[in-house]
Design a protein around this ligand. Structure first.
Ligand code: SF4
Length: 258
């Protein structure tokens, strides 16, 4: 016998997946299950957004969470190592572009496990909030935003028009994901330091305790020195690029290390 269809919306909570969900509901498209996977690393404004969205649509949002916590995996977990250079190191340490253990462990595995269970009884139709101007798509999933031709800017405007503002997160950041993500741009990190000093301090604390520096070329402490130096330069009307800037920055970094 054929299994019934379940329409499953993947909700990251960001502007794109939120716009997709809102428009699907407004257009009367079937939405049977809304999944939000919580890494535990979202900004408070994002958690408030999820609660507000749930009230607005009047439909429950299923929150999934890994049994492991990021801090434990980062600093304490002892995985089986293949690379002899890493034997005995505690924790996975920071992710890099080629090793996004946190995405795999805190999101993908959790979602896959949940979906595997319900797929025993249902044929799943999954909806992913990738905007029309984002290239990365996987065959077999449904992309309503692409179908509607909605870009990232359209999505934000659509959500804002319905009263969603993420407590101002998108007025600060271009993209909103885990606040401690080492894959975010320098610019986003500057803003994190400026607008969320308590999270920046936490980042520094974790960085001191782990064996890989936060970014390949910078620890959080070094980033802090750089960003503070940039502020000094800008206040004096000096550029924050070019040889003179980097020579002076290197001196500051050396002082910081001593
Ligand atoms: S957004 Fe960054 S920190 Fe969060 S799970 Fe993905 S790679 Fe990891």
């Amino acid at each position: 016998m054929e299994k019934p269809i379940k329409h499953v919306v993947s909700l990251s909570g960001g502007k794109d997946s939120t716009a997709m969900l809102l428009r699907m509901i407004e257009e009367g498209r079937p939405v049977d299950l809304i999944l939000f996977c919580d890494t535990g690393l979202e900004f408070e404004g994002m958690y408030r957004h999820i609660d507000k969205l749930e009230r607005y649509i009047g439909q429950p949002i299923t929150r999934l969470k890994s049994p492991y916590d990021f801090e434990y995996l980062l600093l304490e977990h002892m995985p089986k190592r293949k690379n002899p250079e890493l034997f005995g190191r505690k924790g996975y340490s920071w992710s890099g572009p080629r090793n996004r253990w946190c995405t795999a462990m805190l999101k993908q595995r959790v979602i896959d496990k949940y979906l595997r269970e319900i797929s025993k009884e249902y044929t799943l139709k999954q909806y992913i909030g990738i905007a029309a101007d984002e290239p990365e798509r996987i065959k077999d999933y449904n992309y309503p935003l692409v179908e509607w031709g909605m870009t990232e800017a359209d999505c934000l405007a659509y959500c804002k028009a319905r009263g969603f503002d993420w407590d101002g997160l998108y007025d600060i950041f271009h993209r909103v994901s885990c606040w401690c993500c080492p894959l975010q741009s320098f610019d986003e990190l500057r803003k994190l330091r400026k607008h969320f000093p308590e999270l920046w301090a936490k980042l520094g604390e974790w960085d001191e305790k782990t064996w890989r520096t936060f970014l390949k070329k910078y620890s959080v402490k070094q980033l802090d020195i750089r960003f503070a130096f940039e502020e000094e330069c800008l206040a004096q009307g000096l550029p924050i690029k070019g040889k003179a800037f980097f020579d002076a920055l290197n001196e500051r970094l050396k002082e910081g290390d001593s």
